[in-house]
Ligand binder design. Structure first.
Ligand code: G3I
Length: 357
């Protein structure tokens, strides 16, 4: 179904559970920021109450699955764009910006890709894919996550890059090749590296921040068109935020001329007690603490949560983040009944208190 102005308005007219007053979209706009969420085309089509909340609160969306390799090129040379085409229409009708995610990752790749990478076709396969996918939406996309989660100090790589299939095939230059192809396909999109586990005080997070402060200058010095850095921010209340070192890290990124987006904010309440009020207090406090630090940095231009409601979220299903007692999670702006959570209010308040840009 193609989106028309009429279907867009019908969605917006569905019963809203949103809090009275200004939406997250409006509060962010007042500060020169975009607020938005990861979304699913199927769910936007089939769950009108959810779609109405997305239309209300989001000025930017990112497809949770639809732009990944397994979705866009399920068989070599056969592209599938139905979900993404629909989503681009949806965004246009609602006046939303779009981030797309992603062009080179070690996860959610189609089964044929490993064989193609191992058989010497890597560079052609990469160029063909990026030109077909990024080229199709050229001029319509605010930002592309070109390389997703490319670094992880736990694997102790001398060049700060994880040894995924792309690197095995092309060496560290796979990053250069992916960014060059993305820039050629869509010269207007901001091109990002996107990564997680950067926020904490522990040695692993510190090593990861240090790794990026080595890797990014190397890439920029050799002219790789990296223009943005995505902070995933899948937060965990049991790990302490590294306020000062994290602020310093963001300052360094900004000093390199990079735009920063918070790309996947959510909080796993897996280790919190069952009591809802206790959980909500901890989730709201952590969201507020994190956003206060991040929004102080003027290079941060967008905040996206990884989903708007726990009705549809990996927080409810993925073993590494879901609760073990079966209770529904609460670490997103709306709960499973689409009622605003304490986290909605924490995000709203953090946006209200953020310096303008
Ligand atoms: O498509 C099948 C569906 O047919 C089937 O009914 C269902 C049953 O499990 O599985 C469906 O596929 C799953 C897909 O999500 C859609 O729900 C895949 O198995 C599952 O691997 C996939 O997981 C996604 C994961 O990335 C891998 O792409 C998660 O939803 C998504 O939230 C997660 O997102 C990542 C970001 O891209 C990068 N950062 C971390 C973040 C969380 O892991």
């Amino acid at each position: 179904m193609r989106i028309t102005r009429r279907t867009a308005l019908a969605g917006a007219a569905a019963t809203l559970a949103a809090p009275a007053g200004r939406s997250l979209r409006q509060r962010a706009a007042g500060k020169g920021l975009l607020y938005g969420s990861a979304v699913s085309a199927d769910l936007l089509r089939t769950d009108p109450a959810y779609a109405a909340l997305v239309a209300l609160d989001c000025a930017i969306i990112v497809p949770e699955i639809e732009a990944k390799w397994a979705a866009t090129e399920p068989e070599q040379g056969r592209f599938s764009f139905a979900g993404l085409d629909w989503m681009m229409d949806y965004a246009r009708c609602h006046g939303m910006a779009v981030r797309l995610h992603n062009l080179a990752w070690g996860v959610y790749n189609p089964p044929w890709l490993a064989g193609a990478l191992a058989s010497g076709q890597a560079e052609d396969v990469l160029r063909h894919h990026v030109s077909a996918v990024a080229g199709r939406y050229a001029g319509e996309v605010l930002a592309w996550d070109v390389c997703n989660e490319p670094s992880d100090p736990r694997w102790n790589q001398a060049d700060d890059l994880v040894n995924i299939g792309w690197k095995k095939a092309l060496g560290a230059g796979y990053v250069d090749a992916a960014f060059a192809a993305a820039h050629a396909a869509d010269p207007n999109a901001l091109l990002f590296i996107n990564d997680d586990l950067l926020e904490y005080e522990d040695a692993a997070s510190q090593a990861k921040r240090d790794g990026y402060l080595r890797l990014l200058p190397r890439l920029l010095a050799r002219g790789v068109p990296v223009q943005g850095f995505g902070l995933e921010a899948h937060l965990r209340p049991e790990r302490k935020l590294a306020e000062k070192p994290y602020r310093d890290f963001l300052r360094e990124l900004a000093g390199m001329g990079l735009v920063i987006h918070v790309t996947e904010l959510d909080i796993s309440d897996r280790t919190l007690p069952a009591d809802v009020a206790t959980r909500d207090r901890a989730l709201a406090a952590l969201a507020r603490q994190f956003l206060d630090v991040v929004l102080d940095e003027r290079a941060v231009r967008a905040v996206l949560t990884w989903g708007l409601t726990t009705r549809h979220s990996w927080l409810a299903t993925a073993p590494e983040v879901a609760r073990t007692d079966g209770l529904p999670p609460r670490g997103l702006p709306y709960d499973g009944l689409l009622q605003p959570t304490a986290m909605w209010r924490a995000i709203a308040s953090a946006l209200d208190h953020a310096p303008g840009r």
